[in-house]
Design a protein around this ligand. Structure first.
Ligand code: SAH
Ligand code: MG
Length: 193
């Protein structure tokens, strides 16, 4: 049997327009996990398992990840099995806003529907361990959240407005202190004050 490589997943994602994390973003996340000895991770938005698998390589982390799309979920399960990580990554095939998660996590990684980040943040902050962090991906949205030019597509315009609302929500949050990093597609790290 030919073992699947991480590059195979990256290539599949590219060919099939699956929005997996950018290279330097995922490297930052992996580095954060090892340096801070993160052991328990809750991920919102599995897609095909790329970031969940990456977060387990070179770490001792256990991941619970949520994906609502059945096709992507199936592929994530296959990829995770190919990496022999099924004992460390549990994927739930459901809408993250419809299910209750009871576990406690050192890291909550929000990387799902970009218009719903505030909802994910508010819903899952109760699952954060003391000294845990909430990390969110795609705050730059390919540079569009900072552009001064008018965005043609109405859908994209709405999405960008939602992401900017999330950024304001983080900046004005009394409960959490957030650092914004211009890495990958823009990452935020929110820590309880
Ligand atoms: N974290 C992945 C990429 C996730 S892409 C990686 O870097 O490898 C975002 C995914 O979130 C999509 O597959 C989408 O189906 C899923 N998603 C969006 N909203 C969701 C929700 N409310 N609940 C569960 N999954 C959701
Ligand atoms: Mg992302």
């Amino acid at each position: 049997m030919v073992r699947v490589q991480i590059e195979d997943i990256e290539e599949y994602a590219k060919e099939n327009n699956v929005p997996i994390m950018m290279k330097d973003g995922i490297e930052f996340l992996k580095d954060y996990i090892t340096k801070n000895n993160v052991l328990n991770i809750l991920e919102i938005g599995t897609a095909i398992g790329y970031s969940a698998i990456q977060m387990c390589l070179n770490s001792n982390a256990q991941v619970v990840s949520i994906e609502r799309d059945k096709e992507r979920y199936d592929l994530a399960i296959k990829n995770i099995n190919d990496f022999n990580l099924n004992d460390r990554i549990k994927v739930i095939n459901d809408d993250a806003l419809d299910i209750d998660i009871t576990g406690m996590y050192d890291l909550i990684f929000i990387d799902a529907a970009k218009s719903q980040s505030i909802k994910f943040f508010e819903k899952f902050k109760k699952n954060l361990n003391k000294n845990g962090v909430i990390i969110t991906d795609n705050l730059n949205f390919h540079g569009l959240t900072h552009t001064k030019e008018r965005i043609e597509s109405r859908n994209v315009r709405q999405l960008v407005r939602k992401i900017n609302e999330y950024i304001t929500f983080l900046k004005e949050n009394d409960e959490f202190e957030t650092t914004f990093l211009d890495i990958g597609d823009g990452i935020s790290i929110s820590k309880k004050r």
